[in-house]
Design a protein around this ligand. Structure first.
Ligand SMILES: [Fe+2]
Ligand SMILES: [Fe+2]
Length: 160
């Protein structure tokens, strides 16, 4: 990403990070040692980079806000004692986001609700911003999961 895009991305995230319970996501682990906050940040950054690279001319603010809120479910899914986390958590994230961000747009709502598509097939991405975040989330999740496995293997090797 070029410098001006980096700055714009940083200012969009800065606008958000002290709002609602965004910072609370730092307390929850998403994949391995990666917090839900860092996961959402990585998804937002990749989504923003994809928009620039592919010239999709997305609504930058909605893309970044939706990506930062896509996993705003605010619980430790490892300890979650309720409906199956995979299909359920976009609903929890949307519920929390609607409660804490009154100005949520239809694009942002759809980004959050549909990010698990096609695993949750009834909520599909209707906007290009939602398609980008849905893809970025899968790429980042695979990367974090592979890295988590590598981290666990490194830990085991250190014990030997
Ligand atoms: Fe998710
Ligand atoms: Fe995610």
């Amino acid at each position: 990403m070029k410098g001006s895009d980096e700055k714009r991305f940083a200012s969009l995230v800065d606008d958000l990070k002290s709002k609602g319970h965004i910072a609370e996501m730092k307390n929850y682990k998403q994949h391995g040692r990666v917090s839900t906050y860092d996961h959402c940040y990585s998804v937002a950054k990749l989504a923003y980079g994809m928009d620039k690279f592919l010239h999709t001319k997305s609504s930058e603010k909605e893309l970044v806000r939706g990506a930062m809120l896509h996993d705003y479910y605010l619980y430790d899914w490892h300890l979650h004692d309720g409906p199956l986390h995979g299909p359920y958590h976009p609903k929890a994230a949307l519920f929390n986001a609607l409660r804490d961000f009154m100005d949520l747009t239809d694009r942002e709502k759809n980004i959050i609700a549909s990010h698990m598509w096609p695993l949750a097939p009834s909520r599909f991405p209707k906007y290009k911003e939602a398609v980008i975040v849905c893809i970025a989330d899968k790429i980042v999740s695979i990367k974090e999961t592979l890295f988590m496995r590598k981290g666990m293997k490194d830990d085991e090797d250190k014990k030997k």
